[in-house]
Write a protein that binds this ligand. Sequence first.
Ligand code: UDP
Length: 235
Amino acid sequence: MGYKRVLLKLSGEALMGEQNYGIDSSRLEQYALDIKKIHDEGVEIAIVIGGGNIYRGVQAEASGIDRVQGDYMGMLATVINAMAIQSTLEKHGMYTRLMSGIKMEAVCEPFIRRRAVRHLEKGRIVIFGAGIGNPYFTTDSTASLRAIEIESDVVLKGTRVDGVYSEDPEKNPDAVRFENLSFKEVISKGYNIMDMTAFTLCQENNVPIIVFDMNKPGNLEKLVLGKEKVGTFIS
Ligand code: UDP
């Protein structure tokens, strides 16, 4: 079993690598090479990238900035990350389009669903920047929403852990990793995978989610081409 069209969600924090702020270029390189492997196999790829390595809306209130203003700052942060990943993908010979939830003609196209789908059909990697363009949302909700809109087969949530565990594996060495979970189990057991808005969007529209370790080279290819079971599959 392989996937034809995927939406890959990358967190901003993952881009920091070993740093405590900003973008680690070696992490970007690894991501680009992993993405290239599935792109070369003809998989259609859309990417949503977070902004947590630069700015988060919830930070704003602590520093005396209005929440909504902070959320817009967070959305702009995602555009910086999106531009960084765009450059790295293009450096490795992939064609890309950056589409933004906030109009920014000089650097990206506005998000238009039909156009996004057309880009994918032509083999271009579509990167969605600036979230959905509204405050009080996250890039996880953006990932779910865009996945539904473009009829992605799956949401691939790339993280730093290799799936969903019964308990925090860093605190409890006996924690077990799940290979499969249902949406209902995730909610009833209170596993924290994405915010509720993002999660229920996938549940209601039957889009499966795979939580996997994106920082391990080769994982993306194994899971997208169906070569090996990787991460936790939620459906
Ligand atoms: N954000 C928003 N609306 C959106 C997407 C993002 O307001 O549609 C803001 C929000 O403040 C969020 C920040 O952008 O905290 C960065 O995104 P996120 O925290 O989802 O990034 P990640 O955790 O994936 O790095």
